[in-house]
Design a protein. Sequence first.
Length: 580
Amino acid sequence: MDSVSIILPAHNEAPRIFGNLSRVCDTTRGLMQREWKSLVSSFEVIVVDDGSTDGTWLEVQRAMKELPEVQGARLDHNVGKGLALRRGFQCSHGSWVFFIDSDLDIAPAHMADLSAVLVRDNVDAVLGSKLSHDNKTRYPLHRRVVSLGYSLFVRALIPLPVRDTQTGFKLFRRAVLEQSMPRMLVRQFAFDIELVSIAHRLGFKMKQCPVEVAFTDKKRGSVTLRNIYNVWLDTLAVYYRLRVLKYYDSWQPKNYNYRPRVSVVVAVKGDNPYLRQCVERTLAQSYPDFELIVLPDEPMAGYDARVRIMPTGPVLPAIKRNRGARAATGELIAFLDDDAYPVGPWMEELVADFADERVAAVGGPGETPPEDTYWQQVSGAVYSSFATSGAYRYRYIVDRRREVDDYPTFNLSVRRSVFENAKGFQTNYWPGEDTELCLTITKKLGGVIIYDPLVVVHHHRRSLWKGHFKQVTQYALHRGYFVKKFPETSRRLSYFMPTLFTLGVALGWVTWWLRPLFWVYCGVIALYLLFVLAGSFLAAPHLLFSTVLGTVLTHVAYGIYFLKGLLSRRLAEHEEKTPE
């Protein structure tokens, strides 16, 4: 006989979550005595608190005490429906798995309808649908227009045997999720379409079943222009990975049974709010065996006893990280910037990558946190625009898994034995010591560095007007110098483009006296601005004009300082090796 897992993601549902869980349990007990009597032997209800800021978790704990079938899992902050469902599935055991929205706008009694289709038609998944011809749901016109438009959009891109992928009521056989969910990259907006597309690609059979939806005020408020844009953009990304990159076909499984000790090393000048957030979120990781080492200039107080504080004096970050690595007891060393913090099961994901003995280091994306200020968000959008970062945009967004030969230390983990063989970070360059370490790992030691989109951190940006350009010019100066010093990873056309643009703008005025060339010059500038506009729109449409301005100014600043570094004989600040 089968067993049933019912998974409900919840965010700020304190007023009704206990009652809704009671209703789900009562409904399921009734099904066990009637429709499922000869089919199902047991059931469990798993609710995942997705970083709620109200009393949701307290209500979940009350339900766990009073309702024996209820289990709870808690994410330390809001990471999206996709990761919440992933966590719930990891906690589940059922051979049938229901995904149900915790607001219960779709009555749990519909579980009987979906399971009947699953058994009768011998399919692998049944999706609740509000678009079915025999559905009696009456819902607002604007939602009907959005749903039908999105359905047509999906059918044009990714032909599927079902029309409605977005309704929050689904039933899967366990094998579907075991094979599909590890391949997924979307965490929030297009989670459903990615899951269904992967399952269909893998050959699983699915059907839809009509369900009635009662639209609450919360549901009505969820359809915003920004959410619509994000869903459509994520859907295009799913299409790109599915049809162009063939990412889901080339995916390789990870071994989550690998459990080495991890040492997280954070270099910092001194105590600050970002560091405290980094420490809090790192300590909240569910991985069972890790330590956290923080290396400030001076002693600090007021931190959790689990944090090892190692004052170093005012030395370079590379020296701090080397000292932290020497003091570490872990087999893996995870370097984090003090203004970055883990998202979701960050440590679980990076450790699983190292189960492959070929992997020497793992990096993951550093997304801009939603709590950053407006001008910090603009800085993040500039970095994540293809007009700025080009082929390296994956460092700032969730993208496909790949091998890389250079990765920054804001989110870089290294196998301890490899780090020691590489002699750690060289201390003659800052910033840039990570480039030299990665070069040693890949070119001299023959190791593999993996970019894993599931190893996510949120990385606070500097305000566009209060630190962004200082950071950009530092990077540019060293990258220009590294073109000569480390051509294997720095002599690439993309690094030269901002300088070429800056020189073109600076010298283009001379074409005024050569009118045919002047019009060509104007055409090139127009194409450049269109390129920047497109990159800015895809990165952050709600920050469009600020991102365009920031991108152009970033190109100019980077271009000037890259040229300065390229023409420098040495970098006076740190060219001579700094003693440890």
